[in-house]
Design a protein around this ligand. Structure first.
Ligand SMILES: [Zn+2]
Length: 57
């Protein structure tokens, strides 16, 4: 189903870019998730495009 509403398209695009990766099992979770859907660990990190370069925290 095509998305004609530019506002909705932007939200979808943002959701595709912003994900949470479980540090425990590596599963991809939605950005709203507070814990991993696979292993229920709360050890999640945000995955975003601009974090592609490694930075020592
Ligand atoms: Zn997990």
């Amino acid at each position: 189903m095509p998305i004609n509403d530019p506002v909705k398209a932007q939200i979808v695009r943002k959701r595709l870019l912003e994900k949470k990766i479980c540090r425990n099992c590596g599963a991809t979770n939605s950005v709203e998730a507070s814990k991993c859907r696979r292993c229920h660990s709360k050890n999640l990190r945000l995955k975003r495009k601009e974090l592609a370069s490694k930075k020592s925290a």
